[in-house]
Design a protein around this ligand. Sequence first.
Ligand code: 2P0
Length: 325
Amino acid sequence: MSVATACANIALVKYWGKRDAGLNTPAAGSLSLTLDSLRTFTQVELTDAEEDTLSLGGKPVTGRPVARITAFADLVRAMAGRKERVAVRSQNSFPTAAGLASSASAFAALAVATADAFGVALSPKELSILARRGSGSAARSIFGGFVLMHGGSASDGQDAFAEPLEGIPLTFSAAVAAARAEEKKIGSTDGMDLTRDTSPYYAAWIDCVNRDLGTAQAALREGDISRLAEIVEGNCLAMHANAMAARPGIIYFGPSTLWAIQEVRAMRAEGTPVFFTIDAGPHVVAFTPPEHLEQVAARLEGHPEVAEVITSPVGDGAHLVERMP
Ligand code: 2P0
């Protein structure tokens, strides 16, 4: 039996579009920060049962999530030349009610635990490639801190992997303004495909990501928070503009989203180094140096549609642990 943990990550330069659906390669690279407070623990046990099984937060799950586990475990079974089924138990350390459940932490933890359970020794790069097959953003959660995902161009997907960015002279904590809403209306995979197929801005978006990857890394290395804020917010808004321009348009923002954007910008105008990003949902994530976290988090609590503000320091990479918590 093998148990692993992994953290979610939030992209500063976003992944929104696939190159190859079968290998789950991204159309461009991305850049993220791993967050400690959004953590998954996953236990993998090999069994002689007929089927793979999955429980999430102690509740048995059937259907599509199990099919994804089976497709993923098949990759590791093929590497190991073994046939056992897996019994997977997974739980998140954060409130799933907030709608923040992340496939990134889930598949990163699953990659580490499944490889270990089948006795397959993989390098961090190989684990990142494996995790990507489960979910694109999971490739980044193999690593802690700032992480760069390479979009790659190879037809076998072997150059689409993440690696940590070392030597960055900045540290950020995150305040996540978790909106009261709701399950996601349209999942990331479907949203990306619809955007690629119907948005008139899609090609410009990919160009934008390729530019932002270079400038964001330069801003990080120079410790230039103002420049980084401009790039990260611009990249996030470009992703959403691109998705909104799909047909039918995809709108992830909720009632508290614009309010939180304005609060973050107001705080910045008042002199606090803080900037926002938003994923495929209504929650606004504010990044700020740790000494400003408390003040930023308190300010983001002030909207009736914000259920809670989850704060987090930087997280570490996916790794094995002794047992489930
Ligand atoms: C990101 N997101 O870069 C972007 C920004 C959501 C918005 O990566 O289809 O669940 O499983 O590879 O990893 C979410 O996409 O997509 C995501 P799949 P995934 O974080």
